[in-house]
Design a binder for this molecule. Structure first.
Ligand code: C2E
Ligand code: CA
Ligand code: CA
Ligand code: CA
Length: 284
């Protein structure tokens, strides 16, 4: 009887009830988001710190429900993952990103970076779908980078991890590059670096922020420099995320970090804005 009372209490907790309602409202909305043309992609430039050239753009998904307010990816991506909707949505993202990137690659030689979630990587059709989409848009494999996180590889058996690694390896054999996103935020980043087939390391924004914070800057600078150097000695390209100030950019350049991304250069922006930036080359 005691337990029943507890459960009832949880069920009628107004806050939890509201959260559950919101969750199911978003799930329903997300189910129709593609058909209703509510999804768009923004792109954020990745900039060469030495030359100021744009070398790549990262596709970042946006959801504007009809007649509602935009929903943040931090909110809707987890729901898309839970419900499996990330599979069709992820394919839509790849399709759109490759369509937009073709011209950019042809004219400026830049690559496009797409975030993938664990659920997509676990789908047995994933690598075939990626290669088919590339061919459909006549985009060379070398022009695509897939971003993964170490947390995607966690919480699985060794056999499952091995399978995911071989999916990544197969894509790499075709020329698609793999970036390890949010590096430095997990528990076992260094160990993963040894086992994962990656080409690019993206140092998490928390490092960039702490570079100029009074209490932690000394330690953060030492850490960041060590990661940049380790990365270079492993023949990985390093991108540092969340660069917002000239100070940060200067410091990172001095450490030998080749590439950066952040509001200092540009927030994620519609494709048309990327066309302008590629043409005007404002940081060269
Ligand atoms: P992420 O992949 O780590 O993307 C970087 C996030 O940092 C983006 O947030 C970007 O807008 C933001 N950002 C970039 N520069 C700066 C800066 O200088 N300062 C600050 N404060 N923030 C900066 P966004 O677009 O809200 O995306 C959040 C997360 O949602 C992404 O984190 C990624 O994990 C996920 N996501 C976005 N699009 C997709 C997608 O198409 N597929 C999947 N699976 N996940 C996606
Ligand atoms: Ca990313
Ligand atoms: Ca990131
Ligand atoms: Ca992230």
């Amino acid at each position: 009887a005691k337990n029943a009372g507890k459960n009832q209490l949880a069920t009628f907790d107004p806050e939890m009830r509201a959260a559950r309602l919101e969750h199911s409202r978003l799930t329903t909305g997300l189910r129709h988001a593609i058909a209703q043309q509510e999804l768009t992609l923004n792109y954020q430039p990745v900039v060469d710190l030495n030359s100021g050239a744009i070398t790549a753009v990262e596709a970042l998904l946006r959801w504007n429900p009809t007649g509602g307010k935009p929903v943040r990816p931090d909110v809707f991506i987890p729901i898309a993952e839970e419900t499996g909707l990330i599979i069709p949505i992820g394919l839509w993202v790849l399709e759109q990103a490759c369509a937009d990137a073709r011209r950019w690659h042809e004219q400026y030689g830049i690559s496009v970076t797409v975030n993938v979630s664990g659920r997509q990587l676990r789908d047995e059709n994933f690598s075939d779908a990626v290669l088919t989409i590339l061919r459909r848009h006549d985009l060379p494999e070398q022009a695509l980078v897939l971003e993964i996180t170490e947390s995607m590889m966690l919480a699985t058996t060794t056999a499952e991890t091995q399978r995911l690694i071989s999916v990544l390896q197969a894509l790499r054999d075709h020329g698609v590059r793999i970036a390890l996103d949010d590096f430095g935020t997990g528990y076992s980043s260094l160990a993963y670096l040894r086992t994962l087939p990656v080409d690019i390391l993206k140092i998490d924004r928390s490092f960039t922020t702490a570079l100029t914070e009074a209490d932690r800057r000394q330690q953060t600078r030492a850490f960041t420099k060590a990661i940049v150097e380790l990365s270079a000695s492993l023949d990985l390209r390093t991108v540092v995320e969340g660069v917002e100030t000239d100070d940060q950019a200067g410091m990172l350049q001095q450490m030998g970090c080749p590439l950066a991304q952040g509001y200092l250069f540009s927030p994620p922006a519609p494709a048309a804005r990327i066309d302008d930036l590629l043409q005007s080359a404002p940081w060269r």
